[in-house]
Design a protein around this ligand. Structure first.
Ligand SMILES: NC(=O)c1ccc[n+]([C@@H]2O[C@H](COP(=O)([O-])OP(=O)(O)OC[C@H]3O[C@@H](n4cnc5c(N)ncnc54)[C@H](OP(=O)(O)O)[C@@H]3O)[C@@H](O)[C@H]2O)c1
Length: 349
């Protein structure tokens, strides 16, 4: 342990990166750097000002390697993109080579081994070599994996674990809205769905993390997807435009993961632009002996996404180096000591 607080950098100062900035500031955690893409109009602006805070003296930069070398963060919060493609691999690898731990909101990174195995293994080896961790966290860590594992922890036998949930696209930035095909026509959506380029869903990744957390051996995954069409014109804040009647507000993915133990894991997740009066919820049912239920209404998903990442900082700094998925971390909990004395910088191997 050192006597200084963990130093954090923000990679991707969009809707989530700026919300993480505000929450870190509130918790007294030192923010030492902010990085975005070259060509962004945010380059040179103060991170605090962008987040609606007093200036933090942290200019947004686009020279990642130099910024990380000069500011030496212990942990970097990454909120850029969902999948472990080459561009995202390069971002994580740059942070790892700088000797900092990566916490990312990227949904695939919650459990990337089944869907992007080669890159995930390369990243795992790289992180081990540099003595740091790479972890995907966010809302799913708590509400789709942690709470559900605890619920299932009071079962004697388990047959199915089924979750139904809804989240508001407008809580996030345009990257998420585009991902949910907001404002597509039904025909465009059908074409995308029929194409070979369908990427792994958030639910499928979370079910793999859940299976790992409760010791089940994953078998065959299935995904069924249905569009959610606007019945009338609805404003979309994330895209800054109205979505006309008949165009998509989002869609529902129902993922099923069959397991070798015979337990079926299911998540039905709707991500859409909300109408007035709608709110996030999630409901879980574990059938078996006894049958167990858990329902959370009016969930503040935008906040829980970012607070979960923040409360994971001490866990990832303390964890063994490598690509560490959340099933291998301690149970998610509130971290009262954040911003005060916390574990220090991992040493490079
Ligand atoms: N796990 C969860 O619960 C959860 C929830 C929400 C979001 N997410 C993840 O977080 C990501 C970001 O979401 P968001 O709502 O914050 O989206 P957003 O507002 O579009 O923000 C993305 C940010 O990344 C920056 N960026 C884009 N390409 C970059 C690059 N190559 N290098 C560095 N920075 C780059 C963008 O810069 P500019 O602003 O200059 O364009 C922007 O600041 C999503 O794609 C998703 O994967 C996860």
């Amino acid at each position: 342990m050192t006597d200084s607080a963990t130093r954090v950098a923000i990679y991707g100062p969009g809707a989530m990166g700026l919300h993480i900035t505000r929450l870190l500031y509130e918790r007294g955690v030192p923010i030492v750097a902010a990085i975005t893409r070259p060509g962004s109009d945010k380059v040179g602006k103060d991170l605090g000002t962008l987040a609606g805070l007093p200036p933090l003296g942290v200019p947004v930069r686009c020279d990642a390697e130099e910024t990380l070398a000069e500011t030496a963060p212990d942990a970097v919060a990454v909120a850029v993109d969902t999948y472990l493609n080459q561009a995202m691999y390069d971002i994580y690898a740059t942070i790892v080579r700088a000797g900092a731990n990566v916490l990312t909101l990227a949904e695939e990174m919650l459990y990337p081994f089944p869907t992007s195995g080669a890159r995930a293994r390369r990243l795992d080896e790289l992180a081990k070599r540099h003595g740091v961790t790479v972890t995907g966290t966010g809302h799913q860590d708590g509400y789709w994996v942690g709470l559900v594992s605890v619920l299932a922890g009071s079962a004697q036998t388990l047959h199915t674990v089924e979750g139904e949930l809804s989240w508001n696209v407008d809580d996030f930035g345009p990257a998420v809205a585009r991902q949910q095909h907001v404002d597509s026509t039904v025909a465009e959506f059908g074409e995308w769905l029929a194409g070979a380029a369908r990427k792994p869903t958030f639910g499928r990744t979370a079910l793999h993390a859940l299976a790992a957390a409760i010791g089940l051996t994953p078998g065959r995954p299935e995904t069924r997807t249905t569009p959610f069409v606007a019945a009338r014109t609805i404003p979309c804040a994330a895209l800054g435009k109205d979505i006309a009647q008949g165009r998509l507000l989002g869609y529902t993915d129902t993922d099923i993961l069959h397991t070798e133990e015979g337990v079926d894991l299911v998540i039905s997740s709707t991500g859409k632009v909300y109408e007035a009066g709608e709110a996030d919820f999630n409901e879980w049912r574990a059938t078996g002996r006894p049958t167990l239920r858990l329902r959370n209404d009016r969930v503040m998903t935008r906040d829980t996404t970012c607070t979960t990442l923040i409360n994971r900082i001490p866990d990832v700094v303390r964890a063994e180096p490598g690509l560490v998925t959340v099933d291998r971390l301690p149970q998610l909990r509130y971290q009262a000591s954040l911003g005060k004395a916390s574990p220090g910088r991992a040493s490079a191997g």
